[in-house]
Design a protein around this ligand. Sequence first.
Ligand SMILES: [Zn+2]
Length: 275
Amino acid sequence: MIVHHPELRVLALRTPTLPPATHTNCYLLGQGALTLVDPASPYDDEQAALFEALDALIAAGERPAQVFLTHHHMDHVGAAMALKARYGLPIVAHARTAELLQGEVEIDRFLNEGDVLEVGGGGRWEVLHTPGHAGGHLVLHDTSTGAMVAGDMVAAVGTIVLAPPDGDLRLYLASLARLRDLAPTVLFPAHGDDIRDAVGLLEHYIRHRHSRTDQLRAALALGPASPMELVERVYADTIPAFIKPVAEAQVRCHLRYLVEEGEVLVGEDEVWGLT
Ligand SMILES: [Zn+2]
């Protein structure tokens, strides 16, 4: 079912994303010639629902014009090639996204910081390059309303994971601060409902990352350890076992940040300790 907002329309599709999130939002930007953001589902039944919704829009006089990908993760790109095949749509994304999707999704045009994505009906979305969660992550900013299409910078359900090789805490914090300073009026995330307290949530995300870094400092103060040992020290039994590899990836990103800060060194056999 397509939900209408003043700024855009959205169709949530079930995807292989990280629980508790189960769906990824496919946003439809513009009127008439539509830009589809993150058409994500690889599942046949969900793609059929997307095609049905688009065919109904076509019958009503609109048309899909292009696919826009916020970043390369598999829970954002699953229907992109199917849409290209069915409707002949070009796919636009950052060059780093194209590099990471090579052989899977063919990007037709690159977008970068400072570009403008024009959509049907005269809408203009400014393109912001916001690395940190993914190297090629892009956010769209409608300066006339203050709305942002936020991709995976924040989520209204679940959490944002930073994982190597592209996850970078320093860049992520800088990108979050940058979005906060632009004072968006509403964030449209890839997962969950639109976020009306946009600045409050961005500040919460920044504080949360700093408190996680403090927890890691406290865990390191107990003595040098491997990333997985640090996961055990920080999270103990508070997370299920299947999440621990994800937590380990996050710990690695936070460790790299502390190395850059000069607070941590990595020794033999991947044992990390305070300097
Ligand atoms: Zn992602």
